[in-house]
Design a protein around this ligand. Structure first.
Ligand code: ATP
Ligand code: MG
Length: 394
């Protein structure tokens, strides 16, 4: 057992000692069988949330309506979820239709794909009711049970399917693809925030090309914000090898391939429910990338872009075979006399008192002019120098 599992063993023992079952489930089991690093382990149990809360002294109700309780134990925290199902074999029903059950098999049956429906006990034995291990070995994403029914229950699973194709570098089983083709329009019912999570993971996966091509071929793309009329551009985006490892580069490349106009970037990203901060960063990176396709950023542009994004843009540009100079970018950035407006040696108040200007739009324009002059080395970043220079320029 890998360390994240062994750490959790005492939690499992405690649940068993109280007379319940506990298993590792989901992504951590899949990834450990693939010899891939695992993040957090999910634990499923036959104990009800209330029972878990009596077993452990410190718990937090993180998603108790879905049966998830967070247990704080020996300096770590664990998400423990009661076996639940969407089937009719129920012994508990919550108002929001989550049904708790005592059977592991019922819990695994409601999971999306066979490779995600594996469980592992404390000794490392794998419990596999749906032939997930065969699909793991063959690198296949296959719905548990009837794909058509499973996508009807929850249309987000279609996006999850293409996400796992990309993330794991797997292929998709035929009937599962066919069911997506048939049901793609159901994606419309899913909140964009949830689609975005899967979409970004798809763009950032090692199997991006395959994942995106299936996303296109099955028609899922038509139900994502701003993509409907861009089949050809998306195909080009899928087929090119790109240095794409962050959500910033994912969005920026996407805009680049779709040739989104500057003024349409904000509405496009807002439709995808990106945060204000994300939108601002992507706008900055996109503007810089378009310049970088033709030439290096000048000092003013580098200042406006900021070092972190400028370096990311160098990586992106490299994807297009452009020679890049990250060290030079860093040196130039470090040599900039100011790194932000705050570092400028004059303020609006200085202008008002020294140049006798009324508070007006002109103040902002003069400050911008001064900022630019300082960055271009026309004037030193000192109050008197800047004021004298501005007096002459006005
Ligand atoms: P990773 O965390 O590596 O992205 P994961 O498989 O752990 O992948 P999660 O989204 O964390 O994915 O979900 C954990 C598990 O919960 C899945 O492995 C799957 O068994 C189940 N699951 C999650 N979402 C769904 C869903 N929409 N329908 C059915 N089962 C789901
Ligand atoms: Mg997970």
């Amino acid at each position: 057992l890998a360390p994240p599992f062994t750490k959790a063993l005492s939690v499992m023992h405690k649940i068993e000692a109280a007379g319940f079952e506990a298993y590792f489930v989901g992504g951590s089991v899949r990834d450990t069988l693939l010899h891939q690093p695992i993040n957090d382990v999910d634990i499923a149990t036959s104990a009800l949330p209330e029972e878990i809360k009596t077993i452990f002294p410190k718990t937090v109700d993180v998603g108790i309506e879905h049966g998830t309780v967070m247990v704080l134990w020996k300096g770590e925290h664990y998400e423990i979820t009661t076996f639940r199902t969407e089937s009719t074999y129920q012994d508990f029903r919550r108002p929001d239709e989550v049904t708790f059950v005592r059977s592991l098999k019922e819990d695994l049956k409601r999971r999306d794909f066979t490779v995600n429906a594996l469980a592992m006990d404390q000794k490392g034995n794998i419990i596999d009711y749906f032939d997930g291990q065969t699909d793991l070995a063959n690198k296949v994403i296959r719905a548990v049970g009837s794909p058509h029914e499973r996508f009807h229950e929850d249309a987000l699973r279609m996006m999850r399917a293409v996400r796992f194709i990309s993330q794991l570098g797997f292929k998709m089983e035929k009937e599962t693809i066919a069911a997506i083709e048939k049901n793609h329009a159901l994606l419309e019912k899913i909140a964009v925030e949830r689609i975005q999570v899967e979409f970004l993971k798809m763009l950032m996966g090692i199997g991006r090309k395959n994942g995106l091509l299936i996303f296109i071929e099955t028609g899922l793309f038509k139900y994502c914000p701003g993509l409907r009329n861009h089949e050809k551009a998306l195909e080009a985006f899928a087929k090119n090898q790109l240095n794409l490892s962050t959500s910033l580069s994912a969005w920026t490349f996407l805009l680049f391939y779709l040739e989104v106009k500057s003024e349409e970037v904000e509405p496009f990203l807002r439709a995808w429910k990106c945060s204000r901060k994300e939108i601002q960063q992507v706008e900055t990176a996109y503007r810089a990338l378009k310049v970088r396709m033709n030439r290096s950023l000048d000092r003013l542009e580098l200042y406006q872009t900021g070092l972190e994004i400028a370096l990311e843009v160098e990586k992106m540009a490299e994807s297009f075979g452009i020679p890049v100079y990250p060290l030079q970018v860093k040196e130039t950035y470090e040599s900039l006399p100011i790194k932000s407006k705050k570092a400028l040696a004059i303020t609006g108040n200085d202008l008002i008192s020294s140049l006798k200007i009324e508070p007006s739009r002109e103040i902002g324009l003069l400050l911008e002019k001064a900022e630019k002059a300082v960055l271009e080395g026309k004037v030193g970043n000192e109050t008197i120098q800047i004021l004298n220079w501005l007096k002459e320029e006005r």
